[in-house]
Design a protein around this ligand. Sequence first.
Ligand code: FAD
Ligand code: UDP
Length: 364
Amino acid sequence: MVDFLIVGAGFSGCVLAHQIATKLNRKVLIIEKRSHIGGNAYDYYDDHGILIHKYGPHIFHTNSKKVFDFLSKFTEWSYYQHEVLAHVDGRKVPIPINLDTIKELYGLQLSENEMQEFYQSVREPIHNITNSEEVILSKVGLELYNKFYKNYTKKQWDLWPSELDASVCARIPVRTNRDRRYFSDKYQVMPKHGYTKMFLKMIDHPNIGILLQTDYQQIQQIIPHKYVIYTGPIDYFFNYKYGKLPYRSLNFHFETKDQERWQDAAVINYPNDYDYTRVTEFKYLTSQSHQKTTIVYEYPTNNGDPYYPIPKKDNMELYQMYKQEAEKLKNVWFLGRLGTYKYYNMDQVVAQALTLFERELQNL
Ligand code: FAD
Ligand code: UDP
């Protein structure tokens, strides 16, 4: 008999396993259907000895000291500020759009004040912003929207920005200065020895057991337990009784090049060309020295692992129906990107897990 069955060995599952095992001194069994821990943040050394992220580039960034301090118990960090270029009009220019982007695209050398005036002159005044098209038009106007956002979004989601919640494109800041960083958060770091090592340390405890290559539905009747923490897709848990929640997936195509560097930035976005959205060169992220380099192309698709919940109104309504079912269950909690159908970053998932533990689990 275990006290807690935790479904999924990603950030959500591993953070809670650690808290329950160490703070409540209760037995936890993690059930993971893949052959490894770490969820989508899993990394490993490929055949060439290069550290890669199996499920696409994962860059850690947060404003939460609490989340940063919690994870710091399990890893040292490397300082890393993520920069991205977008291939637009035949040039590779900084994204988020900043002073240099405008200089390189239009030959305009603007001060910060002039940059604000520039945005003011091109932006469309929209008062009640309801979708991702409006959020971008209201910041940078139609021309920059067409160059940077419209086609990238269509490729990534197979939806136009007007069909997606405003929060999707609002993830990308718009800058008036020369700051080339993709993120603005206070803490921007990478785990020094990789994510998987960090997870291993997090769940290294005598109260924590783990079963890999096991689906929850295979064992739920067999292994006696008191409580369930479920971090997989919520619609699957309920056997799709209200229908399938849509998820967007990706096909990853890895290539190893016989040269030390391949491209001019960690990530290059291709909004308007090719079938892939972006190309990542891992060595930028991991600071690894190696004579070769591995890159990954991301091809969006509807089939495959559920990587992205799709933020749009009808999907949210469907999710609410599952959420109401979930709330009726005693002794089962849902969390994480799939369990709560939210487009969460890693730090948000960690924060959610820590909060769930403090508010509900620590008094059990
Ligand atoms: P997951 O990592 O998805 O873990 C859930 C686990 O549950 C999986 O291992 C799955 O196999 C398992 N599971 C599901 N169903 C079952 C079942 N029935 N039985 C047993 N096991 C099951 N975030 C950032 O902060 N920065 C980034 O740069 C970043 N880049 C990303 C890039 C890509 C391409 C993707 C897809 C995501 C990215 N993220 C990034 C988001 C990040 O991956 C998630 O926030 C985080 O991994 C979510 O953790 P989780 O534990 O909720 O879910
Ligand atoms: N986006 C875009 N152009 C870009 C980068 C992002 O239109 O060059 C939009 C697109 O809709 C994307 C969203 O902003 O899905 C969020 O981008 P982010 O880089 O945060 O995506 P993720 O890393 O989560 O895939």
